[in-house]
Design a protein around this ligand. Structure first.
Ligand SMILES: Nc1ncnc2c1ncn2[C@@H]1O[C@H](COP(=O)(O)OP(=O)(O)OP(=O)(O)O)[C@@H](O)[C@H]1O
Length: 367
């Protein structure tokens, strides 16, 4: 098998037909499969051409100077390759990478422990960086700027700050919510790359590679159908490929073809436009319960029984991008396409509302 992977590495967890086929995949088996499917070099990374070209330049220039590159912030919806790119930064720089996440760093002391053990030139990957505590954020942006932290010893009036020099390092932050980062932290990133949804032909390339690694035989029509219905997201594409493979296996088919894709995706509630159960629940609530909106995010989230954050970061970006909903100053609103997709007729005189931009944090270059 390619890259020396064993077949056990690719075995999925059992399938729960009610589970969201596109959710962010938190169980251990899913993570193992995801890790195995990650590209190993920047040149193997499909799509996001502009971000990859810019990043390559930043990394190459730093290598030639013999200094760590500027700090990098990667933003975008879940499953588009932020973690993968972060790993590739370490590989391309040939430097070790330390991995932690915002939720794991709740106190400045947690961060001080990580920072003080970094080696010269090491890459520190901070996933979900927007979820760090305020005190840790403040420590981080000072460390990013001056490669120094002030360790506070003692409490109250007797407390003293002991400065601790750090070796030069590079922070790679990943976030689905760039807009939540405080400006002083955001500005410490010398390079910001926003990842966008993938085109179907890019997903075809990704799926062909995944099928090879998983030793799944799949024909062009089968792969194309999965790519078309993967919400522009490699994680979803890889996951749907595994579900279609399961269907083909159980039904005694040798090949993942278009028929297998249709049958499996119908079973897992992925519709013709790639919308899944949550996507359709959002549209359904907006149209049937709220007359097309606008309705506030938290009200909408309660109506579909999900966390507001999940609706905002997982469902909404794709629905906005595909023209099903708009974000207005008064909340989320359905477009005529949403009504049409659900087979409903909008109320008389119903018009689409112009959308506010999504929270991409795009186009920012730190000072
Ligand atoms: N451009 C790509 N080419 C090939 N595979 C990709 C690409 N982007 C993502 N993938 C695959 O999709 C899966 C999810 O990617 P990754 O974990 O990097 O996403 P993410 O943006 O970090 O998601 P999250 O925000 O949930 O952490 C991985 O298995 C990865 O290998």
């Amino acid at each position: 098998m390619a890259d020396g992977f064993s077949s056990e590495m690719f075995e999925d967890s059992s399938i729960d037909a009610t589970a969201r086929v596109v959710d962010t995949g938190s169980d251990a088996d899913e993570r193992t499969v995801e890790a195995a499917l990650r590209p190993r070099r920047l040149s193997e990374f499909t799509g996001q051409t502009r971000v990859c070209d810019q990043l390559s330049l930043v990394l190459e220039a730093a290598k030639r100077r013999g200094t760590p590159p500027d700090h990098v912030l990667l933003s975008g919806p879940p499953g588009l390759g932020k973690t993968t790119l972060a790993m590739l930064i370490g590989t391309e720089l040939e430097r070790p990478i330390r991995i932690t996440s915002g939720p794991a760093i709740q106190h400045a002391g947690d961060l001080a422990a990580v920072l003080s053990s970094l080696m010269e030139g090491e890459v520190l990957f901070l996933d979900e960086i927007h979820r760090m505590s305020r005190s840790a954020e403040e420590m981080l942006y000072l460390a990013m700027e001056d490669f120094r932290v002030d360790v506070i010893v003692g409490k109250g009036p007797g407390a003293t700050a002991i400065p601790l020099e750090l070796p030069a390092f590079t922070v790679v932050g990943a976030t689905t919510r760039a807009g939540l980062l405080p400006a002083p932290l955001r500005d410490r990133f010398g390079f910001t790359g926003h990842l966008d949804f993938y085109a179907p032909d890019e997903l075809v390339t990704i799926l062909e590679r995944s099928a090879r690694l998983l030793e799944v035989s799949a024909d062009t029509d089968g792969i194309t159908e999965i790519a078309r219905r993967s919400r522009g997201t490699p994680r979803v594409a890889n996951r749907l490929l595994r579900r279609v493979r399961d269907w083909a296996q159980v039904h005694g088919r040798q090949v993942v073809d278009e028929e297998a894709a249709h049958a499996a995706l119908a079973l897992f509630d992925v519709d013709d436009r790639g919308l899944d159960r949550l996507d359709r629940a959002v549209l359904d609530s907006l149209c049937r319960r709220f007359g097309g909106g606008p309705v506030g995010l938290s009200t909408l989230a309660v109506a579909v029984g999900e966390e507001a954050d999940t609706v905002e970061t997982v469902a909404e970006p794709f629905l906005v991008r595909e023209g099903f909903i708009t974000r207005t100053p008064r909340g989320r609103a359905a477009t005529p396409l949403a009504w049409q997709h659900l087979g409903l007729t909008p109320p008389q005189g119903y018009t689409a509302q112009p959308s506010l931009p999504l929270d991409t944090g795009e186009g920012r270059f730190g000072a």
